[in-house]
Design a protein around this ligand. Sequence first.
Ligand SMILES: Cc1cc2nc3c(=O)[nH]c(=O)nc-3n(C[C@H](O)[C@H](O)[C@H](O)COP(=O)(O)O)c2cc1C
Length: 356
Amino acid sequence: MSLKALLDGLPIPILQAPMVGAQDERMAVAVSQAGAMGALGAGAMAPADIGAAVQTIRDQTGAPFAVNLQIAPALTPSPAELEAAMARLAPWYAELGEPAPPTPSTFAQDFEAQLAALVRAAPPIASFTFGVLGAADVARLQAAGSYVVGTANTVAEARAWAQAGADGVCAQGFEAGGHHGYFLAGIEASSVGTLALTATIVAAVEIPVIAAGGIMDGRGVAAALALGASAAQMGSAFLLADEATNGPTWQAALRNAAADATRLTHAFSGRYARGLENRFMRELKAAEVAAYPIQNRLTQPLRAAANRAGDADVMSLWAGQAATLARPGAAADLVRQWWAQAREASGALARRTAET
Ligand SMILES: Cc1cc2nc3c(=O)[nH]c(=O)nc-3n(C[C@H](O)[C@H](O)[C@H](O)COP(=O)(O)O)c2cc1C
């Protein structure tokens, strides 16, 4: 079996995007059981919890699923850097009536330990963002029985993953909600639309390509497949699903969002991500912020407090450029509807292209 054969054999070639902060095992199971492919965003999970989460999904679905990790650099800020970054956030904590948290000593989960846990858990697909694994780590996952998929924002990043021996690559366009995966160049040089990115990556690498970014329904799924992708990965489209865990404030912001309301920001985490623009993003747009994952760690308690207070202006409301097209419903029903729409869209296209 190859990843290509696995994706070609999916009854519904839709991949639910891994989404830290917006989904858990329940959504992954529902999507995989419906014939598409679910995923678990495990980037924020302690290494010790990864095995049990993978086992829960495995026990509840006989179908393939993915587990995703974020390749976070192990940065140690100087005390002065840390103090300055915390001082910049202090007024935001004060505004929420929240005491500023104690200075953290760690800033992200230990990636090497997470990776070792993932190798032991051996999910059908192991996917990664924010970097590229070395060939030895890719081989370790494959020997354990996982297909390896890397996220690319550029052709060069797709080639880097192919060279490391990955089984597939996720072409994540500029439209995408949440964090962008760029790791070889800065955000500006890594901002390629899904249409251009998918087509150019399909032309550049031999491994199967999964298109992501701005795909909200069956029309987008059909478009991704027409571009040569083996599957479409959708994130924002699941943000109002019954199984989504992003909570009422985020969901209300999404329901009430104006068109064109998303922006890229590094204010929350030190790494660019797309979300509904709010006051925190506007006020910190030009401000200095600590590097990822330091800023991410420092704003975590702030965002949690804002969420408890229902204050959408200080939360990271990750959403893609087409997120206003998100609809509520059970995740299984949504993927079935999107696949029906994709078939309809491709039928209409076939009729149109046959008329000459
Ligand atoms: C709320 C949210 C959280 C996300 N978390 C992750 C993550 O943990 N790992 C990852 O590789 N991608 C993550 N992404 C990005 C998705 O994998 C995918 O690229 C994106 O959702 C596609 O664009 P769309 O939102 O327009 O569908 C996240 C996206 C959203 C919306």
